[in-house]
Design a protein around this ligand. Sequence first.
Ligand code: PMP
Length: 404
Amino acid sequence: TWNNVPLAPEDSIFKLTATYKVDTFPQKVNLGVGAYRDDNSKPWVLPVIKAASQALFNDPNLDHEYLPITGLPEFTSGAARLILGGDSPAIAENRVCSVQTISGTGANHLGALFLSRFYDFNGPKQVYLSDPTWANHFAIFRNVGIDPLTYKYYDPKTIGLACDEFLAALASAPDRSVFLLHACAHNPTGVDPTREQWNQIADAMLQKGHYAFFDCAYQGFASGDLDGDAWAVREFVKRGVPMLVCQSFAKNAGLYSERIGALHVVGSSTEVAKRVRSQLAVLTRSEISNPPAHGARLVALILNNPELFEQWKEDIRTMASRIIEMRKELYRLLTEEFKTPGTWIHIVNQIGMFSFTGLNAEQSQALIDKAHIYLTTNGRISMAGLNTGNIRYFAENLDKVVRG
Ligand code: PMP
């Protein structure tokens, strides 16, 4: 048995981390991993999570019964308000269906599976992904029989948005195509559309009747502002673009291993939302029966308790501002101290956890081989891997590989 099973390649990011771990070089730097690190390169348990965990621990009524199939209601309703806004017309009109998922990955999967079963595709089952995108998007859609195509998103010449090409792709795709959009802090580029560009994207989507599949894995991380980072999603709801949102609490609550997320499908009426919900429950039942409770309880406490919510916002600002400081310092080091050839303004203009440095595969590999600085060979670095102790070492070596 299983003689015909081919060997699959290892996941490149997880492999990179494994190589970093066994490296004994004292100044080694890991810029591959998409997880927040504090200024001492350590994982950070948010103070608000410690407070919420304590509250849960002290709750005498807590039991370990199954949750409902669609998740903890206090969590899903709070999560919907967080992304869509407390004043969302769709929530007020009771036409949002929200289901708890296995973090953002599970939300993407459930959203994709739902589309595969029920979306009225205009021809073959296809989804348009940004080029580049989070690599897992390809696998997630293929798993449910939806063929991933790409649209031009990133312009290597400007290290910015290829807006015209993006708009052209929206215009030339068949009517009612599905476009996956990163709600904020695009992974891997760190390049987001401006509000004006989002409006142009919404115009094009409405004109063609396209469906927006929003993936929101970094709300609050991009700017430190939960509402600001949800702007595009809320604007699309306001403008009536048909859509769903995948939401993750891995990064903004530091709950990577709790696997807590949600899928929100915005329907055209209460009746539609009810039917969508019934089908999402059927799909969830067959895959995980019902979702895990711990992360949902923690996030529900934070979302429904004003004091904890304020504390969370403070913690998010702590993470976002450290990342923004690192961007500024890297820019300063490259332009002022090392006078590294090339323009580096994209380092401060990009948003969120990741930065596309513009380094090519050879230069990225040279950083790994010569300086023990680990990054993916597309030149993406996790800004959270930089700190006051290693940023000069990184800038110095970046300078060296650029000079060749
Ligand atoms: N979408 C994007 C764009 C991501 O970058 C990530 C995390 N790397 C996810 C979804 C899902 O993450 P998780 O399943 O840990 O919430």
